[in-house]
Design a protein around this ligand. Structure first.
Ligand code: SF4
Length: 307
């Protein structure tokens, strides 16, 4: 049996967990390649027009995997301990199953919802058993996967600390990792920031539980777990960065509210809000990044390389 994993959405959060779990069970898996124009084009063809760019990218990755594996991993996640998540993560299993029903797609999944007695371990045992493995082996594989996940998070936090200790202008990039780290969506923006001499600091790399608690300093009514982590990250890092770059995809419902709140409440730093739909010319984005960079330089009393 070979499992296909779309390199999109929550893959960026659960990479170690998923890959170690399958590896420990001796299950072969294939991850779709980095996002490119062809994947975006295909995903856009299958998606409804109203879908966010991130969901279109996801469908493009699923399509790439069809015919290259036996089952495609598409979890259904309604929420995490810190709260609800965007409804796309709950709906995506059914969206994928329906969108590709004529391609005879076969899915492997697991369900997570806040308040449900069966937690993550039970969900992974079920997934392992679905793949034909015994319960005891699934428990051991899950424990090894959690350990790998913990180590990866710890390593990321160490790398983040090294970034923050470097000399130079630092910008906190506030966005979902599946957007910020995606080669087609976020990477060109980060690359241009680096060319300007800016150090991009990803906001989603943060002690998560602490960030969720800190988010209450900015808003006590945020419903979404991932938004709480990002908003808490702004509170956690804001003294150590020179500006905030909010990066979202169009038309993201949760981000449209959260970004507006950040724009109104962060008054002590320059903030740039970039909403990407996959069609914009890079020249327009570069101009906005240069202006943002100029403002940061002016505030710091430094000369901008763009002037
Ligand atoms: S949070 Fe926004 S970008 Fe992410 S899946 Fe939901 S609508 Fe799309």
């Amino acid at each position: 049996m070979k499992i296909g994993i779309p390199r999109a959405f929550l893959y960026y959060r659960y990479k170690e967990l998923w890959e170690t779990f399958f590896h420990e069970l001796g299950i072969d898996y294939v991850v779709s390649p980095e996002t490119g124009p062809e994947i975006v084009r295909t995903g856009s063809l299958y998606a409804i027009d109203e879908a966010c760019l991130s969901a279109k990218v996801y469908l493009g990755h699923v399509e790439w995997l069809i015919g290259k594996c036996d089952y495609i991993l598409v979890p259904r996640i309604a929420g995490l301990g810190a709260g609800a998540v965007c409804s796309k993560f709950q709906a995506i299993y059914d969206v994928v199953a329906n969108t590709f029903r004529e391609r005879k797609i076969k899915l492997a999944g697991y369900n997570l919802a806040p308040g449900v007695k069966e937690g993550e371990m039970a969900a992974f045992i079920r997934l392992g058993q679905f793949c034909g493995r015994k319960k005891a082996g699934c428990v051991l594989a899950y424990m090894a996967a959690k350990q790998a996940e913990k180590q990866a998070l710890w390593k990321e936090l160490q790398e983040q600390e090294s970034l923050l200790q470097r000399q130079g202008i630092k910008v906190l990039v506030v966005g979902h990792r599946y957007n910020v780290a995606d080669k087609f969506i976020g990477e060109p923006v980060l690359q241009y920031l680096r060319e300007l001499g800016v150090i991009p600091v990803p906001a989603d790399i943060v002690p998560r539980k602490k960030a969720v608690l800190l988010s209450a300093e900015m808003s006590e009514t945020l419903p979404w777990a991932f938004a709480k982590e990002l908003v808490g990250s702004v509170v956690f890092y804001r003294e150590r960065v020179d500006g905030l770059l909010i990066l979202s995809t169009f038309p993201c419902g949760p981000d449209s509210l959260v970004n507006e709140m950040l724009l109104r409440r962060v008054k002590d730093k320059p903030v740039l809000n970039l909403v990407l739909d996959g069609h914009e010319a890079m020249a327009g984005i570069e101009t906005r990044l240069e202006s943002f960079f100029d403002i940061i330089c002016m505030q710091k009393g430094e000369t901008s390389v763009c002037l």
